[in-house]
Design a protein around this ligand. Structure first.
Ligand code: UDP
Ligand code: MG
Length: 326
């Protein structure tokens, strides 16, 4: 088997302090893997500048001028980490066999790449980088980050616990992934939807080599909210069950007020008013839930996600479309 072409996809936003230190680390890793015959010499390090306001893009162009293994693309403005990673992956999907997305701040251990590539060579199409420990994170970051994954799982989003966006994806996964046309991106929740054989590789997360995090609590909550609302209709289902519960309680309320009125324990007019309030409350809560169910369906329809993805074919059933790569 020919050694696969690997592209490292690295989003960068205002990273002038850390990039000059981490870029040679990424290239070093690429060289090491090439020398060991694991990957092809045509492999590249691709930086995606996410509309940085500092010198990041100049640093990237300087690097690209120094060594052909460095490449860069620049987004027209800042669109956020998820979009930057997607832009990089989509730009390289037809140039390579595998991609590894990784942050540029040196927090994710590049040592895990060896295991990722080995897992690919063993037949896995997706390899998730999972943080084994969070010793270097502050107590607050650790609690909020782990709470984030648990909350997502409780809300019906399929995520790999403690996996962020450090992962290997093969080009065939990326070509299928390109058919997920949604614009609200939460990559770590979407990638498992593609399927294919996958595995996890564990690594320790380091501290940032320089610069500051762009993910304060506020952005993390926004990301969790985006993840839930773009991948799960469970909150709508909760509204439906809440409506059902209110409806049952209202029915009991109606019975109770009728019994109280018949046994003469009420003032005139109370029972009829209570009945109307219970009836309206119950019926509205239930109907909102039912309407919500339909909105949930519409929501999933407008995403126009692929309805099936084929992973293996016997000879004679090769894919016949114009996008097929030679
Ligand atoms: N990033 C980006 N666009 C943004 C924010 C962040 O491309 O709007 C990049 C950033 O340069 C880094 C990665 O996303 O490579 C992760 O960001 P950061 O390290 O700030 O997050 P943390 O690791 O603290 O969660
Ligand atoms: Mg970071």
């Amino acid at each position: 088997m020919k050694a696969p072409v690997l592209y490292l996809v690295i989003p960068c936003y205002n990273e002038q302090e850390v990039l000059p230190r981490t870029a040679p680390m990424f290239l070093g890793k690429l060289r090491e893997l090439t020398e060991r015959g694991k990957i092809s010499g045509d492999s590249r390090v691709l930086f995606v500048n996410d509309g940085s306001r500092d010198d990041t893009w100049r640093i990237i162009t300087d690097l690209a001028a120094q060594d052909e293994h460095y490449q860069g693309i620049c987004q027209s403005r800042n669109r956020g980490h998820q979009n930057a990673v997607l832009a990089g992956l989509m730009e390289v999907k037809d140039r390579c066999d595998i991609t590894i997305s990784i942050d540029c701040d040196g927090q994710d251990d590049i040592g895990a790449m060896d295991e990722m590539v080995d897992a690919y060579l063993d037949g896995c199409d997706i390899v998730y980088g999972v943080r084994s420990k969070r010793d270097t994170d502050t107590f607050f970051k650790r609690v909020t980050a782990e709470g984030f994954y648990k909350f997502l799982a409780a809300m019906g989003v399929e995520v790999v616990f403690n996996h962020a966006d450090y992962r290997l994806m093969s080009s065939r996964v990326l070509r299928e992934f390109a058919n997920f046309k949604e614009v609200n991106l939460f990559l770590r929740g979407m990638v498992p939807l593609v399927g294919f054989k996958s595995t996890s590789v564990y690594y320790e997360r380091h501290e940032r080599l320089a610069g500051e995090s762009h993910y304060p609590l506020k952005k993390m909550i926004a990301l969790a909210f985006d993840g839930i609302t773009s991948l799960s209709v469970k909150p709508i289902r909760l509204v439906f069950f809440f409506g059902l519960l209110v409806c049952v309680l209202s029915f009991i309320g109606i019975l109770w007020s009728v019994i109280a009125a018949l046994s003469g324990h009420t003032v005139a007019g109370w029972a009829s008013t209570a009945c109307i309030v219970c009836f309206m409350g119950g019926i509205q809560a239930l109907f909102l839930g039912i309407i919500g169910e339909y909105i949930g369906k519409i929501y999933l329809e407008v995403k126009a996600r692929p309805r099936y993805i084929i992973s293996e074919r016997t000879p004679g059933m090769e894919r016949k479309d114009t996008e097929q790569r030679a």
